[in-house]
Every structure is written in structure tokens, then in C-alpha cells.
Design a protein around this ligand. Structure first.
Ligand code: NDP
Length: 296
């Protein structure tokens, strides 16, 4: 079998288009322009690239983009004061603090200082609790993107066996909650899981969010399964740096029914979902109907 490739790049472009339409309607009908504030502390080069991309795509969607770059040695109190100002600013509908933060800052404290309705990353403890109890939450962008692709590819997920490999707070755990809410039978695997291969082979939906290059191989995939590869790993091969996922694409795509590639799978969906969350947050803040298909 050769798997169908789930094209995250094309899907993300579609989502961005839907967001831009929603933004244009908000402006035309209500005079509202959604605004996203992104805060970067320090000079991590990878984070700077993410923040630049986020700002560019925010503007392309017709939203206002506010960028705050703080020095690495900024006192935590100054960051908290900035968040308090953004919480109170009606032009700001979404706030994202780029992680990781410098070591002298308490990331939990900082994230939990964001007004939950503006927490477009979905990391605030209130949003975590809302998602876990099946209530309307701001949902973390990467798992939201994975869910959108799964729904698009499979339609109903009800009753399917889903295995999520990885239990981080930003990907694995919220992914498992979302799949549970879709009535999947969910198994969360991690570094202590015994016989990972046989656990994975039971999966109709296999989500890999581990951070280990190509560790999920074709023999661990159930024939016909849908495989979502969240991993982004840089490896040196033939003297070049290449991006690979947590799934060995060559062998897994021989067995799976559908699979996301790396790059071009989950990655592009993450920023698209950040824009979707900002639009959703704006609609919720103004008591307006939410755009269809962009939130759960
Ligand atoms: P974390 O390092 O926070 O979590 C990794 C998880 O994998 C942990 O739960 C860990 O288990 C588990 N794990 C590690 N080794 C094994 C193993 N041998 N067998 C089974 N499970 C294992 O990573 P993240 O969740 O933040 O990210 C995962 C991957 O996704 C990374 O490659 C990251 O770059 C990528 N990513 C991609 C995004 C995108 O936009 N596409 C966004 C976010 C992340 P334990 O808990 O027991 O230690």
C-alpha cells in the first residue's frame, strides 16, 4: 500500500483563507480588526524566525500584529506588567508569549498571567481545564491543526483507536483530550511505555509527538492507519542539514492509509491555527458567532 499524503501546506493555506474571510467580515459588519500580540524574550534564533513568520501571516490575514521584543535579562516583573497592559488593551484579542523563556522566568506564572480569553496558545491552566472537561476552550494550535486534518481526512473519528506517542503539555496531552472528545479510544504512550511497537500497531490514528528522528517505523504502523507526524528534527545527512519527523516516512508510507510529511504536514498548520484562534478569541470577546470549522 502507498499512503495518501495529507498536504498540510495546502490545508493551512485553506485555513488562512477562511480566517482572512472571517476577518474581512468582522471589519465590514462590525468595524472590528482582530489583533495578535506576540512577545519574544531574548534572542533565540529559532524563536525569532517563528515570531517573524507569525507577524507576517497575521498581517496577511488582515489582522493587526503587535510585536514586543524584550532583552534576555528583562526582569520577570516587567514581562508581567507588559502582559497586564496587553490584557487590558481592547485592540489586542490574542496574546502569545514565545517559549522557551529565559531561565530566570517562571513560564507557568507568565502564561497564567495572560487573560484566558486572549490565551491563543491555549496553555493557560483555565483553558487546559476547560479542554479536559469538554468545555469551550482556547485549544493549543498544533493539536488543533492535527485534529482539523484528521476530521478532513476521516470525517467522523468516533470509535477509532487513537494512539498518541508523547505526553507533553503542548502537544501530546491536549491531542489526547481532543481525540477523546471526538469519541476515539485513546492510548497515550511515552518513554516508559512497554512494547511501543505493539501499542502503535493497534492504532487507527497514530500521532507521533516525540522529538526523536524517524523512530516510528513501518512495522509499527497498522495497515491503512492515518499517521500524523508532529515531530520536527534536524539531522545531518550527506553533509546537509535536513528536517525529518518522528516517523520514518519511507517505511510508514508503505503501510499507512494516509500520512503527513515533514516538512509540509503539521508544521504549516500550527501558525494557521494560531490565526484561527485569534479570530475565534475576537468573536468570543465581542459575543459574535464563531467562524465555522476553525474552533472546537
Ligand atoms: P517533549 O520533549 O516535551 O515531549 C516528548 C514526549 O515524547 C515525552 O512525553 C516523552 O516521554 C516522549 N518520548 C521520548 N522518548 C520516547 C520514546 N523513546 N518512546 C516513547 N515516547 C518517548 O516534546 P514536544 O511535545 O514539545 O514536541 C514533540 C515533537 O514535536 C518535537 O519534535 C517538536 O519539535 C515537535 N513540535 C512540532 C510542532 C509543530 O508545529 N509541528 C509544535 C510543537 C512541537 P516522557 O514524558 O516519558 O519523557
Amino acid at each position: 500500500m502507498t499512503a495518501r499524503i495529507i498536504d498540510g501546506k495546502a490545508f493551512a493555506a485553506r485555513v488562512r483563507g477562511q480566517v482572512a474571510e472571517g476577518v474581512a467580515r468582522l471589519k465590514a459588519d462590525h468595524g472590528i480588526t482582530p489583533g495578535l500580540a506576540v512577545v519574544l524574550v531574548g534572542e533565540d534564533p529559532a524563536s525569532e524566525v517563528y515570531v517573524r513568520n507569525k507577524g507576517k501571516q497575521t498581517l496577511e490575514a488582515g489582522m493587526a500584529s503587535f510585536e514586543y521584543k524584550l532583552a534576555a535579562d528583562t526582569p520577570e516583573a516587567d514581562l508581567l506588567a507588559l502582559i497586564a497592559r496587553l490584557n487590558a488593551d481592547p485592540a489586542v484579542n490574542g496574546i502569545l508569549v514565545q517559549l522557551p523563556l529565559p531561565g530566570h522566568m517562571n513560564a507557568d506564572l507568565v502564561i497564567n498571567a495572560i487573560e484566558p480569553g486572549k490565551d491563543v496558545d491555549g496553555f493557560h491552566i483555565l483553558n487546559v481545564g476547560l479542554l479536559g472537561t469538554g468545555q469551550k476552550a482556547m485549544v493549543p494550535c498544533t493539536p488543533l491543526g492535527c485534529l482539523m486534518m484528521l476530521r478532513d481526512h476521516l470525517g467522523s473519528l468516533s470509535g477509532l483507536n487513537a494512539v498518541v506517542v508523547g505526553r507533553s503539555n503542548i502537544v501530546g496531552k491536549p491531542m489526547a483530550q481532543l481525540l477523546l472528545a471526538e469519541s476515539c479510544t485513546v492510548t497515550v504512550a511515552h518513554s516508559r511505555t512497554r512494547d511501543l511497537a505493539s501499542v502503535c500497531r493497534g492504532a487507527d490514528i497514530l500521532v507521533a509527538a516525540v522529538g526523536r528522528p524517524e523512530m516510528i517505523t513501518g512495522d509499527m504502523v497498522k495497515p491503512g492507519a492515518t499517521v500524523i507526524d508532529v515531530g520536527i528534527n534536524r539531522v545531518e545527512r550527506d553533509g546537509k542539514t535536513r528536517l525529518v519527523g518522528d516517523v520514518d516516512f519511507a517505511s510508514a508510507s508503505e503501510v499507512a492509509g494516509a500520512i503527513t510529511p515533514v516538512p509540509g504536514g503539521v508544521g504549516p498548520m500550527t501558525i494557521a491555527c494560531l490565526l484561527a484562534n485569534t479570530l475565534t478569541a475576537t468573536c468570543r470577546a465581542h459575543g459574535l458567532p464563531e467562524p465555522e470549522g476553525l474552533a472546537v
